[in-house]
Design a protein around this ligand. Structure first.
Ligand code: SF4
Length: 400
């Protein structure tokens, strides 16, 4: 049996793969074909029912967080969101309204006053918005639909309807961006006084329009030293402003860490609905029939990343997914690449004796070098280790 999650059903993730337009850096699965939205929402409701073969008392009351991600969930109409929430309440009737975190990802330009009001009436208590940068030229370059002014307007509108948990995403590492440019973006983000900030270096994913742009416009590689300085500045400024740096790319005011995303890093089960959505849960809860040899194991499954195929298959009463049973070594590797991302680190008592010994043996040189620290049974990255986190984590995983 893996770590002590058996009694917790942490998260419900619902993927909404629609975008009004595509951003040039994005390689997430989504489509601009809005005409399929209603059939898709109907299919999501059907999948919810199909994936709940156990009595709700078996896990319904432990559903702690709900996360509508995308894509752009704010591309759904309010009646479509209402339909989803009706089904959530029908399928998980015992979910606690008091403890759960209910997040929707939005584009700032979708936050109209009526839409914000409707969200709060539906019980959504957290909004995550892709601000990315407050430089309108760079937003235009990224093919984002919004302007920097719209981010501030969106925050005001959400506050006005009582949403007190707002997260924004930022990006750094644009072509020709200077440290002063980045400082202005951080200052603009701090001025919004939001509860949570995520920040990522702009990545060039193969096949995206940005990747093609780079091919045409010649080499553009982020200077490693500048990237490091930008990350240092981010940490310094946000922690000085009272944010906890609780995951490599995530910062939160005290009490506002993302509960849903934390479940991914702390080995807590979640169920994912919709095209391309992933699920992670004990085999007994996965909706599959466990073989005796897999009882007590964990299953990871993922739905097909194709909206039409997803809808067609669900309409025929089947779930279009692949599934793998996670063996102990894979589970150990997953723990290394998730828990070590967090300031809480990896609780070594959750590992088997063999894996704990292996982990400590491999970690020792990084502890000696000051890139990892061991406090009691918790192993975590130091600030020095944050800059080489991929390298450290890859050194700790088990290979065949
Ligand atoms: S809105 Fe989000 S999901 Fe859609 S293309 Fe842009 S970055 Fe990707």
């Amino acid at each position: 049996m893996h770590s002590q999650y058996a009694q917790i059903m942490a998260g419900l993730y619902i993927h909404i793969p629609f975008c009004k337009s595509r951003c040039i850096y994005c390689n997430f699965y989504s489509t601009t074909h809005a005409d399929m939205r209603q059939r898709y929402v109907d299919a999501l409701c059907r999948e919810m029912e199909m994936r709940c073969p156990l009595p709700s008392s078996a896990f319904g009351k432990e559903l702690e967080t709900i996360y509508l991600g995308g894509g752009t969930p704010s591309q759904l109409t309010i009646p479509q969101l209402k339909q989803l929430f009706l089904y959530i309440n029908k399928v998980y009737p015992h979910s606690s309204l008091h403890t759960r975190e209910f997040t929707i990802e939005m584009n700032p330009d979708d936050v109209t006053a009526p839409y914000a009001k409707a969200l709060s009436q539906l019980g959504i208590n957290r909004v995550s918005m892709g601000a990315q940068t407050f430089d309108n030229e760079r937003l235009h370059f990224l093919h984002r639909r919004h302007t920097s002014e719209q981010v501030a307007e969106a925050v005001s509108r959400l506050r006005a309807v009582g949403i007190q948990n707002i997260s924004i995403d930022l990006m750094y590492g644009f072509p020709n961006e200077t440290i002063e440019d980045w400082q202005r973006d951080i200052d603009a983000a701090l001025a919004l006084n939001v509860e949570h900030i995520s920040a990522y270096c702009l990545m060039i994913e193969e096949g995206t329009p940005l990747w093609k742009w780079k091919k045409v416009n010649g080499e553009w590689a982020m200077d490693e030293e500048l990237e490091r300085q930008m990350y240092e500045l981010l940490i310094d400024k946000l922690t000085a402003a009272g944010y906890e740096h609780y995951e490599i790319s995530n910062f939160a005011k005290p009490g506002y860490r993302s509960r849903h995303n934390s479940s991914y890093w702390h080995d807590i089960p979640y169920i994912g609905l919709g095209a391309a959505a992933h699920s992670y849960m004990p085999v007994d809860y996965a909706g599959s029939v466990p073989a005796a040899s897999t009882a007590g194991s964990t299953s990871r499954s993922w739905n097909v990343a194709d909206i039409r195929q997803y809808i067609d298959t669900i309409e025929q009463g089947e779930r279009p997914c692949e599934e793998e049973i996670i063996d102990e070594d894979t589970h150990y590797n997953d723990r290394i690449t998730t828990a070590l991302r967090t300031s809480d680190g990896l609780d070594l008592t959750t590992l088997s004796d063999n894996h704990r010994r292996y982990c400590l043996r491999e970690a020792q040189r990084y502890i000696n070098d000051g890139q990892l620290k061991l406090a009691g049974n918790r192993l975590s990255l130091t600030r020095k280790g944050l800059f080489v986190s991929d390298y450290v984590m890859s050194s700790l995983i088990m290979v065949d």
